[in-house]
Design a binder for this molecule. Sequence first.
Ligand SMILES: [Zn+2]
Length: 206
Amino acid sequence: MAESAEQVHARVMAAADENGRVPLPSVASWDIFPWEVVDGELAPKRLADPAPERVREGEGGVDCSLCGADQPGVIWTNDRWRLKHLRERSGLPLVLMLEPVAHLDLPDLDDAMAAEHGVLAVRIARIVEGLPNVARCHVQRVGDGAEHLHTWLMARTAGLPSILGSFAVDWDDILPPGPEDVWRADIAAVATALASYDGRAVGLDD
Ligand SMILES: [Zn+2]
């Protein structure tokens, strides 16, 4: 069972400084982070000059780290799709990725694969939102990092008003990870529930 809002809050406060703040995550130093402090005030960064699109990882199926049978973190699979957890725990209670086994981006899916993608996203969201203490499962495809489709499914804790909307993604980087046994139990519960529809749950990757 995922931690309650009170459990998350107490754990984060125990890790925070005297002002209740945890350290700035590394994402704040990324070039694409849109905010900076100017003369003591938070301000949007200057819009960078136009430039050629960067080459995404695995573009054209070359050197794609999401292709191949030995993918780390797989918790469920069928012949065409797999569900993975991240390599390491993060700030939100559960962050999963749904990927096609074949090297396909979202626009590459034919109608049958597109329908399966939709059905799986709904099933996973239903299962994750059914976990105790989870309010929402955010579903998003961004696709700027890697060409191989990887749809994010991100659970947020119920009753933590700071963690709402698209900023839940930021809090995933900000908050210290929760207990490993809780995380693994929730992952196993999701994999087992998804396998009750189709496919098979896979042993947790250590
Ligand atoms: Zn690929």
